[in-house]
Design a protein around this ligand. Sequence first.
Ligand code: ZN
Length: 430
Amino acid sequence: MSLLVKNVRLVDPAQNLDGPGSLLVVEGVVAAIGADLEGDPLAAGADILDGGGAVLAPGFVDLHVHFREPGQTRKESIESGSRAAVAGGFTSVCAMANTKPVNDSVAITEMMLSRAEKAGLCRYFPIGTVSREMKGEELADMGTLKAAGCVAFSDDGMPIANSALMRRALEYTRWLEVPVVAHEEDRDLAGKGYMHEGAVSASLGCLGIPAAAEEAMVARDLVLAEHTGGHLHLAHLSTKGSLRMVREAKARGLNVTCEVTPHHFALSDRELMKFDSDYKMNPPLRTEADIQAVLEALADGTVDAIATDHAPHAWDDKEVELPIAAFGVIGLETALPLTLELLVNRKVISLARALALLSWKPAQVFHLDRQGLGSLRSGAPADLVLFDPEAKVQVDRAFIQSKSYNTPFKGWSLPGKVLGTWVGGKRVWG
Ligand SMILES: [Zn+2]
C-alpha cells in the first residue's frame, strides 16, 4: 500500500520546489516529501523505487483533448485516449464535448465517466457544451451538467457566433464558477481556408485563414468577459495579436486565462509547402513572428497552460487532398518531449516553469487544484510522473498509444522519456 520513490529530482511548482529528494505515497496520497525518507516511520514496509536521478513531478493536466467517444471510436476511444495520456505523463484530461452525440446531457456525461472509470488509467473530466446540440442557439443545462461532473463548458470545434449567447453563457457560468472555453474563429473570415493566410498560402495558391479570424473573436469575447465578469478561457491561441490582447486584458484584471499548444510553438506555416495534411489543424500553423509571440507569452506569464488539443483522425480522414482533409493532430505523447526540446533546452523557460504550465497552472484554471490535483503537497492524490529529461524518444508508430497516428512529428527524435505514471498511487504506465 506504500511506495517510496527515492533518488529523484523533485519538481513541484506549487511549492516552489526543485531539488534532489524522495517522495512517499501511502494509500494513494502523498504522505511526505523530503531529502531522505528511508528512516521515516511512515515508510516502514514501503516498496522502494530508485528513480536514478530522474525528474519526479505532479502528473500533467491537459485542459483540451478529443477522445471521440461516443460516436467515432475508430479514431479514438476513452480507453485508448487515456492510454495515450498516461504514456505522455498526463494523469488528468479534460475532454471536449464535440462527440457524437455531443455532451449536452447528463446521460452522455455519465456514460463518459463510467467508460473512463472502467479504463482505469487517467482521471477524466468531461467538458459540457455551451449550447444545446452545439447549435449555437440556446444554452445547454449547464447547472445540471456541472452537478453531473462537467468542469467547464465549450462548443470547441465550433465557434459561438451568436454574441448574445456568449454573453449569457459568461453570465451564467460566473454564478456556477466554471470557465467558458472559447474556440475563437470568425467563420466568415475563415471562409474555406485550410492554412494560415499569408505569404506562404499566397505562394502556394492555397486558401488561407487570416489571423483576424481568431483575433476578431478574441476581441469580442474579452469585451463580453469584461462586462459580465465571467471566466473566459481562450483555447489554443495562435497569433501575436491574440496574445497581445490577453496580456492587456490580464493587466487590467479581467477574469481571462488561455492555453497554447506544442504544435503552435514548434511549427510554422512553411511546413504546408509539403502539402501533408498532418500539418493541417485549426487554428492553423502561423508564421515565425507568431511563434516568437507564443514563446514570449509563455515566458512572461500571459499563457496559463500548455494544452495538446489532441485530435485523433483515422488515416482515411487525412490521406486525401489538403483542402478536404480533416483538421487536427494528436499530441498527448509528444507534449513533454516538445516542451523540453523547444522551451527548456532552448532556455525560453525553466524546467520548473514548463512543468507548472503542464500541471499546476492548468489545474488552477479548471479548479482541479481544489481536489488537490497538480501538486505534490502532503495529502494530495499521488498523481505522479517520473521522466528522464535527457533520454531520447523516437516518434514512430510503436511510440504512439493513440488509435490514430496523425502527428506532424513522425520521425522526430526528442528528449524526455516517461519512465512511470501513477494516478492515486496506482502505477498506470511504465
Ligand atoms: Zn478548437
